[in-house]
Design a protein around this ligand. Structure first.
Ligand code: MN
Length: 264
């Protein structure tokens, strides 16, 4: 089938490019000469003003990146270095600009939280990327939600177990279309807010990030080699909170279109 064929060819090309540059071979490319036994869907995000789509390789998320949010989560923002976690690529739920999509209330939780975040999407990567070169790797930006089963996240944290079940579940990463940085520039400032049923809950500025997008890319590239297709959820401001079925979440980031989901 055409789509799986295309995926296969893309993987091979990426592997060849990676090997030629002496980079680590992406695991997906290992055994690329063999035909996949069955097709596996590739996650992509629409690009504003383009017929092309953005293929997602990995979803990284930074934790506690706004001081007031770090405090509400019970940590001291002045002493904590950045930390990151991942969501599975297929946790993406596409949300069209200025539309509303139904978002199923997930299983297992009784305390389902919103976290509005600016998302940076990479067009290239590398290791140990210096801060002053980091934004050169950004393809564009989108509005995203880091949806969280807060009760499970806390319970697992209390038991010193992985957060996985609280953060990395199906449809836990709603996201709007990507706006190329070549057209809208980068984001070091600007309003970020979230309302539920018309009541403002989160309201801050991107300037309050503890670690800027450039610093996040630099730090992350010291831990993992970054690649084109990686996206980074850059953290949420204070006043996260719960939603229930029937609630409508509206997210706003200055210079990007609104993102909205209805919990069903
Ligand atoms: Mn988050």
């Amino acid at each position: 089938m055409a789509s799986s064929r295309r995926t296969f060819v893309t993987g091979s090309a990426a592997a060849a490019a990676g090997l030629a540059a002496g980079a680590a071979e992406p695991a997906a490319a290992q055994g690329a000469a063999a035909k996949p036994a069955f097709p596996v869907a590739v996650t992509t995000i629409p690009i504003v003003g383009s017929a092309e789509v953005f293929p997602v390789r990995r979803i990284y998320c930074i934790g506690r990146n706004y001081a007031a949010h770090a405090r509400e989560m019970g940590s001291d923002p002045s002493r904590e270095p950045p930390f990151f976690f991942q969501k599975p690529t297929d946790a993406i739920q596409l949300v069209p600009a200025n539309g509303v999509v139904d978002h199923p209330y997930p299983t297992l939780t009784r305390n389902y939280h919103y976290e509005v975040e600016l998302v940076a999407a990479l067009k290239s990567g590398g290791r140990d990327i210096p801060i002053d070169k980091a934004l050169d790797h950004v393809f564009g930006y989108a509005v995203g939600l880091d949806m969280t089963r807060r009760d499970l996240q806390r319970a697992m944290g209390d038991e010193k177990k992985p957060w996985e079940i609280g953060k990395s579940f199906d449809r836990s990463a709603p996201i709007g279309p990507i706006h190329p940085a070549a057209q809208i520039g980068h984001f070091t400032d600007g309003a970020i807010s979230l309302s539920v049923n018309g009541t403002v809950k989160q309201n801050a500025t991107l300037k309050h990030m503890i670690w800027s997008v450039a610093e996040q890319i630099s730090r992350l590239s010291a831990a993992n080699e970054l690649f084109a297709g990686d996206i980074i959820y850059s953290g949420t401001p204070e006043n996260v909170g719960p939603v229930v079925k029937g609630d409508v979440i509206l997210c706003k980031i200055e210079r990007l279109p609104d993102l909205s989901i209805r919990i069903v």
